[in-house]
Design a protein around this ligand. Structure first.
Ligand code: C2E
Ligand code: MG
Ligand code: MG
Ligand code: MG
Length: 290
């Protein structure tokens, strides 16, 4: 890489070389410092979960929620998971982080149920690395036992890339979770590389249409065709279908006409911190209310 830099420098003149090499080291340093502060944030229990409602189109009621990680950084503000999850997956921090997310999501859900605010499930995103841990099942069971949350109130969001590894072991693992009552959904459906075989092999209960397919509905004819196809595929297989990233009434109207079951998006609510979510749950209809 130094050679490439040198080559570029020679090609473009001296000043460019100075600029290029110093920006590269800045990047590496930034990364290292981000990694170190993420490690500290995990140790000091500084990560937070936000919650985004999932709404049934027909009734307009909140029927679920997704837990989304946030990292409030004292200098940089709230850091998005899109930025630090890939880092955590590279350095292995995703293992303790993922375990914390499971425990915290279960604990919070149980607390809200005990307060009589709702009895709806919480969905937790899983990283492939977490899923491949040999004690993954025990980690889920432990989170349920400690929180005393009934398994039917926990949903695990899997990605197609995670499911690409169609080993007998993962089939059995997912079947065990499903038999316990844990719900399984496929996140960002349609964006992965995997074949549709896993829809038969794995005990999935919900498809989440990726946000990119919901953009510009109904004007974008490709996106309209894709979302319509996913909704009917899901329904034919007996799955419920949720559209992600719904921001406008136009999108909602289209999805409703196509009999999509649920939406999640800014149109209804952005992800909220626990306090805001609690307020929302107390002020609107949640299905089914305890
Ligand atoms: P995801 O699981 O597909 O989550 C949906 C993302 O879409 C969230 O981004 C959410 O804030 C955003 N979103 C929801 N509605 C709208 C909308 O109407 N418009 C727009 N523009 N965006 C919307 P977020 O919170 O930044 O999370 C990004 C990704 O980070 C997640 O995508 C998920 O893959 C990952 N992630 C988040 N939390 C966790 C976690 O606890 N564990 C793991 N492994 N990954 C996580
Ligand atoms: Mg998700
Ligand atoms: Mg998604
Ligand atoms: Mg996504």
């Amino acid at each position: 890489n130094a050679d490439t830099a040198m080559y570029c420098a020679k090609k473009n003149g001296r000043d460019n070389f100075e600029f290029f090499s110093s920006s590269m080291s800045t990047q590496a340093l930034e990364r290292l410092s981000l990694e170190n502060s993420l490690r500290k944030a995990v140790e000091n229990n500084e990560l937070k979960l936000h919650y985004q409602p999932q709404v049934a189109i027909e009734s307009g009621k909140i029927v679920g929620m997704e837990a989304l990680l946030r990292w409030p950084h004292k200098d940089l503000g709230i850091i998005s998971p899109a930025k630090f999850i890939p880092l955590a997956e590279e350095n292995g921090l995703i293992i303790p982080i993922g375990k914390w997310v499971l425990n915290e999501a279960c604990r919070q859900n149980k607390t809200w149920q005990e307060q009589g605010l709702m009895s709806i499930p919480v969905a937790v995103n899983l990283s492939a690395l977490q899923f491949r841990q040999s004690n993954f099942l025990e980690i889920v069971q432990e989170a349920l036992t400690i929180s005393q949350l009934k398994p039917c109130f926990l949903e695990l969001e899997l990605t197609e890339s995670l499911l690409m590894d169609c080993s007998e072991y993962s089939v059995r693992l997912l079947k065990t979770l499903r038999q316990m009552g844990v719900q399984l959904s496929i996140d960002d459906f349609g964006t992965g590389y995997s074949s549709l075989t896993y829809l038969r092999r794995f005990p999935i209960s919900k498809l989440k249409i990726d946000r990119s397919f919901c953009q510009n509905l109904p004007d974008d004819s490709n996106n309209s065709a894709i979302t319509r196809a996913i909704i009917s595929l899901g329904h034919e297989l007996g799955l419920s279908v949720i559209a992600e990233g719904v921001e406008e009434t136009r999108q909602l109207n289209f999805l409703e006409a196509q009999q999509c079951d649920l939406i999640q998006g800014y149109l209804y609510s952005k992800p909220l911190d626990a306090e805001e979510m609690q307020k929302l749950l107390g002020s609107v209809d949640v299905l089914p209310k305890v």
